[in-house]
Design a protein around this ligand. Structure first.
Ligand code: AHG
Ligand code: MN
Ligand code: MN
Length: 338
């Protein structure tokens, strides 16, 4: 017997919510379709002319790769015309994209169309990350209050990872589930249900080359993790891809902590709250882990702009709490970190 498809799984979950109209289920399925299209383009990257940069610099001040542009257009075309969204918030767009009638629906999707795009030309895993809000106001227009909200108000989040296989990982508040794309039939098939992150932290994932710019607490935290290896049991390994979505997925599989702290070059942090930190925070919490900016839970951070940047520490709860203790120690708050 073949495994359960993504559409079947989402539909089964929907049936446990009496009154649900199936709009969110259909939206998640359409995000999956966008992922299939992007996956196919990523797989063809060396064969058709989609490698390299466009020469354009985006609103984040970063060079736009050709595949960034392909992914952005795909999400706009597929999710934008799904009939379920009224606005799209993209890492690649300067402002909110309002969806006109007749395609307009009740949801707002915030997404990073292609995360880790500096890795594209080297054939390294990259992905699409998304978070979904239900429109807040009854106002027919999309107002700032509809999307300027903390991540805890999201109704679903997930990512599609274009790795050795393509996987769709999502949560709608009922656990974290992973589906693998069967390229032969073009369908996502359930491969792991109810993923949990409550075992031991085996991986430390950070760009160590930013060390000269780190604040003291980061050195303290990293030092404490490394000190665990002194007992000759190799308890923690360093793994850093530089594609947040791939680093996150590996840590979710094996147990680990990823951090991208603020530093002297990037005092507000590098990662974006709406498109990167929030969706991964919802997933990790659903799996039993935690996500913090060092001072507060990521899902409680109140954004002050569309492209709000943040520090991110995400992974096993014990290690995220240790990072928070290190921050508090250097801020003179709270007890000394263990
Ligand atoms: P994006 O490709 O969407 O711009 O995101 C890149 C992010 C993230 O994926 C990654 O972990 C981080 O930037 C790497 O940054 P550094 O090269 O500064 O380590
Ligand atoms: Mn990104
Ligand atoms: Mn991106």
């Amino acid at each position: 017997m073949h495994g359960m498809t993504l559409t079947q799984h989402i539909r089964a979950a929907q049936l446990t919510h009496p009154g649900a109209k199936g709009e969110l289920s259909s939206l998640l399925t359409q995000i999956g379709v966008a992922g299939k299209i992007i996956s196919s383009k990523v797989n063809m990257a060396g064969l058709v002319d989609v490698l390299g940069s466009t020469g354009v610099v985006n609103v984040q001040g970063e060079v736009v790769q050709k595949l960034d542009e392909v992914a952005e257009e795909t999400v706009q075309d597929i999710v934008g015309r799904s009939g379920h969204v009224c606005a799209l918030l993209s890492e690649e767009r300067k402002s909110v994209l309002e969806i006109p009638a007749p395609y307009r629906g009740d949801y707002i999707v915030a997404y990073d169309p292609l995360d880790g795009s500096s890795n594209i030309d080297a054939n390294v895993s990259i992905g699409t990350i998304f978070g979904i809000f239900h429109k807040k106001s009854l106002d027919p227009e999309v107002t700032r209050a509809d999307w300027m909200r903390p991540g805890r108000e999201m109704v679903a989040a997930g990512y599609i990872l274009y790795g050795s296989s393509t996987v769709f990982v999502y949560t709608a508040g009922d656990g974290v589930h992973c589906f693998t794309l069967d390229p032969g039939v073009g369908e996502y098939i359930l491969s792991m249900e109810n993923l949990r992150l409550d075992g031991r932290c085996k991986v430390l994932s950070v760009n160590h080359c930013n060390g000269p710019y780190w604040e003291p607490w980061v050195h303290d935290f990293v030092g404490q993790i490394l000190a665990r290896n002194d007992d000759e049991k190799r308890r923690v390994s360093g793994r850093h891809i530089g594609s947040l979505v791939a680093d996150f997925h590996r840590n979710l599989m094996y147990g680990g902590v990823y951090l991208y702290p603020t530093d002297s070059r990037q005092p507000k942090g590098k990662l974006r709250l709406f498109y990167e930190a929030n969706p991964l925070a919802m997933l990790v919490e659903e799996a039993g882990g935690a996500a913090s900016d060092g001072r507060q839970r990521i899902l409680d951070v109140m954004p002050d702009e569309l492209h709000h940047r943040t520090a991110l520490i995400v992974g096993n709860k014990t290690e995220v709490e240790l990072a928070e203790a290190c921050v508090a120690k250097y801020e003179g708050k709270g007890p000394a970190a263990p």
